[in-house]
Ligand binder design. Sequence first.
Ligand code: ATP
Ligand code: MG
Length: 296
Amino acid sequence: MVPEKKLFQAPYSPYLVKDERKFAVASAPTEPPSDTQNSATYGKGLKKITKDLQVLQPILYAQGRYAVLVIFQAMDAAGKDSTVRAVMTGINPAGCDVYSFKKPSGRELAHDYLWRTYRCLPERGYIGIFNRSYYEEVLVVRVHPELLAHQNLPPHDNLDALWQERFESICNMEKHLALNGTVILKFWLNVSKTEQKKRLLRRLNRKDKHWKWSFSDLQEREFWQDYMAAYEEMVNKTSRPWAPWYVVPADNKPFMRYCVAGVIRDTLQSLNLEYPAVDESMGKHLVKARKQLLAR
Ligand code: ATP
Ligand code: MG
């Protein structure tokens, strides 16, 4: 067994799901606490976090030791895109990659379900953002098991065993990544069904949002309870101190972005990042190079 101390430990947040396997959707808030500040306060807080990220990210990049993988999962219209944008504001795009995972292509389906995401994982020094991820394989595919037919898997007669195998594979992969320097943060942006309705209606009422509309947005609402059950088990089976889930209330967008960005900033801070030290001979070389450059 690997001593857990050796692995990255998730920073505290009231929305961190500890590895206790007792998470219940029914008690997960979709709204900020009642004593919450107004949106402007969270906007200001986010600006401050953005500035901190601007300082931390170049060191992450220069040190090239850790990769940071940030995963977003959510029901439609929970605000994944705008949260990615808000977090990205503080980050140099040259050190960050964003990938959105939609319905898998034929080539992707011809591989195991981790393949398409594994090849997009961030390299050391980079922040990789996954807008949806391999977790769709225990969410949308679980809610619609008929999708498994496209995967042409070896025969299996027990569907529940298949989901448990997937949780195990995912946990094993994440532990392997953590042991090798990938810091993993997973956010479920937890929007309520009522708030989703408002946001989808806004999409229908605004011409500039029509392109975002998908027929499945309406259909999937019918499966809300099934999704909630799938999310609940996913969180319970895959939240680990080195690859934690944060279930963040998503009905108030400024609050949500502030919470997410704060966890990412706290994570970078906890890594004690440092610019690579220059050894003595390199130090001498730099002094010489400076003299030579000044003389030209
Ligand atoms: P928005 O929030 O703007 O609607 P989105 O992430 O929902 O963005 P869409 O193009 O609307 O993007 O939807 C992507 C769809 O792809 C989702 O319905 C998602 O469930 C589906 N999808 C993602 N991964 C898989 C997968 N492995 N198998 C089947 N469907 C998948
Ligand atoms: Mg969508």
